[in-house]
Design a protein around this ligand. Structure first.
Ligand code: C5P
Length: 228
């Protein structure tokens, strides 16, 4: 069977990474979480004082640092998904905090950040056999992907899932803050100038608000079998 490219885009916290990672494991493909890459750049900016007190970004300074930011993934056999490394340091937990979530969408509007990360995503996915999830995979990173999926769910359902996920990991969580963050990120992601979040014309849309994880997995597997 030929190795295809699978692009899974959608709204914040809609469960796309759960579906994407599960499909990748089942069919033996590489899973790439592009949101983790934007989060890693954000963590770097937070740690290096690249935000002003009013929350704006010191864009020129960040641009000058882009060459010093190395993001890589290593498969973690106990969680069954890749862990994110920033300049060789394991940052999988640090990039999932509310602080990073609150700062990541403005970072993801910067054209030089997108340019660098998109180039690296294209290099990682060259040759196919990847399931890549994000916001612009089917529109910009791999516009010729053989299978494109666009996932949506109501903001309330997504915030509740994110809340449960953080609680399960023992991380700090407040439902109202999460809901506000999910809505803000959707807004910024879909209104930015460079590759805004939107469904590619040829993407299959999935509203998973009322679907179990098992039903979503089955749906995606069927779409993969039809596309491969
Ligand atoms: O997928 P996740 O919610 O972890 O992504 C974090 C943020 O990174 C998104 O809210 C969005 O601002 C940005 N992002 C992006 N393009 C991608 C993946 C993520 O702009 N391909």
């Amino acid at each position: 069977m030929k190795k295809i490219t699978i692009a899974i885009d959608g709204l914040s916290s809609c469960g796309k990474s759960t579906m994407a990672k599960d499909l990748a494991r089942t069919i033996g493909y590489t899973y790439i979480d592009t949101g983790a890459m934007y989060r890693a750049v954000t963590l770097y900016a937070l740690r290096n004082g690249l935000f002003n007190a009013d929350g704006s970004i010191k864009a020129d300074e960040l641009r000058a640092c882009m060459g010093d930011i190395d993001i890589s993934f290593k498969f973690n056999h106990s969680t069954g998904r890749p862990d994110t490394y920033l300049n060789g340091e394991l940052v999988e937990g640090d990039i999932r905090t509310m602080e990073v979530s609150a700062h990541v969408s403005p970072i993801a509007t910067l054209p030089f950040v997108r340019h660098a990360l998109v180039a690296s995503q294209q290099a990682m996915g060259r040759g196919g056999g990847v399931v890549m999830d994000g916001r612009d995979i089917g529109t910009t990173v791999f516009p010729h992907a053989e299978l494109k999926v666009f996932v949506t769910a109501s903001a309330e359902v997504r915030a509740k899932r994110r809340y449960d996920e953080l609680c399960a990991k023992g991380m700090e969580a407040n439902y109202a803050d999460i809901l506000k963050n999910v809505e803000e990120r959707d807004y910024i992601d879909s209104h930015r100038e460079v590759s805004p979040l939107r469904k590619a014309d040829d993407a299959l849309e999935l509203d998973n608000s009322y679907m179990t994880i098992e039903q979503q997995k089955e749906w995606l597997m069927q779409k993969y079998e039809e596309a491969a």
